[in-house]
Design a protein around this ligand. Structure first.
Ligand code: KIV
Ligand code: ZN
Length: 536
């Protein structure tokens, strides 16, 4: 940006929609605390816009966006955007949620493809044009910065798009986003479409054009880059490419493609790429969406070389098989060696460097957890610290809290687990169960206390760092009933994998309980059972 605040022509604005389109991934629902924390990391990463949610979806969503707007939308922070359908009610809610941000944006959308207009909206082209004019003007009456998206734009008649977008610009839209809502278009087609829209739309030379792609055919990143080559200067992306169905374009792929091939694109972003690995990890932890090992840029294998010929080449010269260095995306092996003699000050400094702001009480708490870990593990890495912080501070509301766990297992007897939980009424509940293995026994014992029927649909264990003393990270996903659509993810980290498994399951159950509502009852007789309101 120059002194007058004008962006250079080759600046690509990164519009991050992890908290909106990303959160629409099945099972990725986030608590408010998790949203704020992700938003803070996105701001630190250097994104230009955070689409913080869809405020009209529920009072919870509105509150989540409002908190991001007030806590992260500072004058030197990113633009905070709220999504709204093209209705007065949605726009009112979006404005209510973002109005306290220093730089608010309303993003309103209306479908323009014949399929959507006929079967979903039941509106004619004329009605869609009129609604666009009306609702963009309405949004503009609150906020200078208005973005308009013709939903399913890539399956819309291009000439009709020119008409609708011209009306949106005349009504005050300053960013025009062309979504490939269903992940259908190819790079060559998108390039041509974007060029036509930019060239032919009245007023098109005075606005920012934006690209928004879904990955149903695995072409989201290629399409996004094609749109940028055609003249778009905003890319709508998510961390790890999470999002509806097959997901959205991944932020890290676009940013690193622009960086690694400057002579092809000649485009730049404000992103601090050394924050990519960390941000990816945090989003994966909080959403419970595990990153596939071979995922470009942030997958566990993205920089590992298995074949002997490759290893030999990289040892002789990194550039033989690496087009980017691991350090350039923040994959340094940086570790903080803390043990009995390490101080609180060094720990606080490292936390600040990692982007965590904590008050004294939180710091004490984190430091104690850290010391426990340093006692069990020789080296504590940044990844370990992040896992512990996520585990300790940004979990869901704790309806049930784990107080203790004891497990017996092996070949000689039945795996047995005893669990002690603190319930929503503040009382302690203890129960025990046997199972097919120690984790099954643990989950059965938790179920006996919590009494919330559910189906476990995913269970994953990963070691955060290498070595026998590694911190184990468990991610689970549960569904309230076998046919239910909504899933609830939980995450737990501990050097003891059974403890991590119990924490992850309890975190997912707590999210489910917070969603369905709960009320505690006295346990019956001496047995440690409790009934939850909506559980039957
Ligand atoms: O994919 C899509 O069409 C969207 C719009 C709301 C921009 O997410
Ligand atoms: Zn989308």
């Amino acid at each position: 940006m120059d002194e007058s605040g004008v962006m250079p022509d080759n600046h690509v604005r990164i519009f991050d929609t992890t908290l909106r389109d990303g959160e629409q991934s099945p099972g990725a629902s986030l608590t408010s605390a998790e949203k704020i924390e992700i938003a803070r990391h996105l701001a630190r990463l250097g994104v230009d816009v955070i689409e913080a949610g869809f405020p009209a979806a529920s009072p919870d969503d509105l509150e989540g966006v409002r908190r991001v707007a007030t806590e992260v939308g500072t004058p030197d922070g990113p633009i905070i955007c709220g999504l709204a359908r093209a209705t007065q009610n949605d726009i009112d809610k979006a404005w209510e949620a973002i109005k306290d941000a220093a730089k608010p944006r309303i993003h309103t959308f209306l479908a323009t493809s014949d399929i959507h207009m006929k079967h979903k909206l039941r509106m004619t082209r004329e009605q869609v044009v009129e609604k666009t004019r009306e609702m963009v003007s309405y949004a503009k009456s609150f906020c200078d910065d208005v973005e308009f998206s013709p939903e399913d734009g890539c399956r819309s008649d291009p000439d009709f798009l020119v008409e609708v977008l011209g009306v949106a610009i005349a009504a005050g839209a300053t960013t025009l986003n062309i979504p490939d809502t269903v992940g259908y278009i190819t790079p060559a087609e998108y390039f041509e479409l974007m060029q036509k829209l930019i060239r032919e739309t009245p007023g098109g030379d005075g606005v920012i054009w934006s690209v928004h792609c879904h990955d149903d055919l695995g072409m989201a990143t290629a399409n996004t880059l094609a749109g940028l080559m055609a003249g778009a200067r905003q890319a709508e992306v998510t961390i790890n490419g999470i999002g509806e169905r097959a997901g959205n374009t991944s932020l890290e792929e676009v940013v690193m493609a622009l960086r690694t091939r400057p002579t092809i694109y000649n485009l730049a972003t404000n992103i601090d790429a050394t924050q990519l690995t960390r941000t990816s990890r945090i989003v994966s932890n909080y959403t419970g969406m595990v990153v596939q090992p071979n995922k470009a840029i942030v997958g566990a294998n993205a920089f590992s070389h298995e074949a002997g010929i490759h290893q030999d080449g990289v040892l002789k010269h990194q550039s033989t098989y690496e087009i980017m260095t691991p350090e350039s995306v923040g994959l340094s092996q940086s570790s903080l060696v803390l043990g009995k003699h390490s101080g609180r000050h060094a720990f606080r400094v490292r936390l600040e460097e990692l982007g965590y702001e904590m008050n004294d009480e939180e710091l004490n708490h984190a430091f104690n957890r850290f010391k426990d870990l340093a006692d069990k593990k020789k080296t504590v890495t940044d990844a370990d610290i992040e896992a512990v912080i996520a585990d300790e501070f940004f979990g869901p509301e704790e309806v049930f809290r784990m107080e203790g766990i004891q497990v017996a297992c092996g070949q000689m007897g039945m795996p047995t687990a005893t669990i002690k939980l603190c319930g929503p009424d503040g009382k302690e509940y203890i129960d025990a169960a046997i199972g097919t293995g120690p984790i099954d026994a643990t989950y059965q014992a938790i179920n006996k206390i919590v009494q919330m029927p559910n189906t476990l649909v995913e269970f994953r264990v990963a070691a955060i760092t290498e070595g026998i003393d590694a911190l184990g990270e468990v991610t689970v996903r549960i569904r309230r009933d076998a046919n239910g659509k909504r899933t609830f993810g939980g995450h737990g980290a501990d050097t003891d994998i059974i403890v991590a498994s119990a924490k992850a399951y309890l975190a997912a159950l707590n999210k489910l309980l917070a969603y369905t509502g709960y009320e505690g009852h006295e346990p019956e007789g001496g047995s440690a059972t409790i009934r939850i309101g909506a559980a039957s």
